[in-house]
Design a protein around this ligand. Sequence first.
Ligand SMILES: [Fe+2]
Ligand SMILES: [Fe+2]
Length: 174
Amino acid sequence: MTTALDRFQAAFREEHRAIRDTLLDLGAAFAAHDLASARPLLEKTAALTGPHFRYEEEAMYPALVTIFGEEYIEKLLGDHDRAIGAARRLAALTGQERLTDQETSEAIRLVRGLLPHISDCEGLSIMVERLPTERVQAILAARERAQGENLDLLTWATSVRTRPAAEPEPATRP
Ligand SMILES: [Fe+2]
Ligand SMILES: [Fe+2]
């Protein structure tokens, strides 16, 4: 019998895989100076991460406070703040007609900066195993709601999310 936990873990891992693969393709597109490919890949990244980040923040991260305490959950939310800031900057860069070498390096660095949160976040799955079934069901319900509304990352960040995005490090800016 498939449990709520099984369903959650399978879905969560598939989402991280899809985000991982899209980010790796996006980094490769920037490295190849292929802005025409980078644009739809950035849109795909935003489409995949919007509902994913949303249900994490609305249900999963709050549930994990009982295990990790507030401090680490704040770190995870900070990762999202920085990811949103990076996505905004990447959107500005892909909106340009072409990128300088410096801008290309910046874009690659921004994409790489997003990767550790994906693997860190996948690791949270082992902690979700210790949550009561009702909490796991609540996470799945929040996931369904987020997917139903289907807001991309930047739309969600400006229309629903209340935390401010974090600007990328000035050192990465030209
Ligand atoms: Fe996350
Ligand atoms: Fe995640």
